[in-house]
Design a protein around this ligand. Structure first.
Ligand code: SAH
Length: 215
């Protein structure tokens, strides 16, 4: 088989694995099909890009497990007119998936080197509706609020107050929370006229949300 036939088969198996983890939303599955995870990993990890596992990226961080990216994206119920905020750009993979589904994506990263690399990948793939901002994401982006959807891809003890405040009424936030570094719970927060409704989705494991800027 040629290399490209191998890659096509590997990507088909990749989508099959994501479906087998319980992701059924066809818009999410087609976004996962469209965005090639290989573009977001580097060096020796490129050949493992289609494995359903987190992989190391620069600055001691990780690109999330693809089935978790898909499940979080599904849980976020993104609409085509939505303005989405992501905290924790990392490789940029989750932001790229969101950019296929939403009108606009703002993604915030505390490590400048990661943000710069992600921006290069967005440019190369022609994903023009993503803005990558270097900042401490626990404060959100007050000047651009409110957001229809907020996704946090690093774990906090509780949803940060500024992020809850920047969620539109009727908006949804998905965030891993928990005190331990090893096991956290993915929760979905719905903002209603009356306040916030919380729903526990599943156990997950993310790198921590860290205050302040990276090196
Ligand atoms: N969504 C990423 C995975 C991110 S790993 C992807 O698709 O690849 C979590 C990321 O959150 C790391 O890059 C880490 O540097 C970043 N992070 C942690 N705390 C942060 C904070 N307070 N503000 C912004 N980014 C933060």
């Amino acid at each position: 088989m040629t290399e490209s036939a191998d890659l096509t088969e590997a990507r088909m198996r990749f989508i099959y694995t994501i479906r087998s983890r319980g992701v059924t939303d066809s818009r999410v599955l087609s976004a996962m099909e469209k965005i090639d995870r290989r573009a977001f990993v580097t060096g020796i990890f490129i050949e493992r890009a289609y494995e359903d596992t987190p992989l190391p990226i620069a600055c001691g961080q990780t690109i999330s497990q693809p089935s978790v990216v898909a499940l979080m994206t599904e849980a976020l119920r993104v609409g085509t007119r939505d303005k989405v905020l992501e905290i924790g750009t990392g490789s940029g993979y989750q932001a790229a998936i969101l950019s296929v589904l939403a009108r606009r994506v703002y993604t915030v990263e505390r490590h400048r080197a990661l943000a710069q690399r992600a921006q290069k990948v967005f440019d190369a793939l022609g994903l023009a509706n993503i803005t990558c901002i270097v900042s401490d994401g626990s404060h959100g982006l007050p000047d651009l609020a409110p957001f229809d959807r907020i996704i946090v891809t690093a774990a906090a003890e509780d949803p940060p107050g500024p992020l809850l405040a920047q969620l539109r009424v009727g908006g949804i936030m998905v965030i891993p929370v928990g005190q331990s570094d090893t096991v956290q719970t993915l929760i979905r927060v719905l903002r209603t006229e009356a306040g916030f409704e919380y729903e526990e989705l599943r156990a997950v494991r993310f790198v921590p949300l860290v205050e302040g800027m990276g090196q």
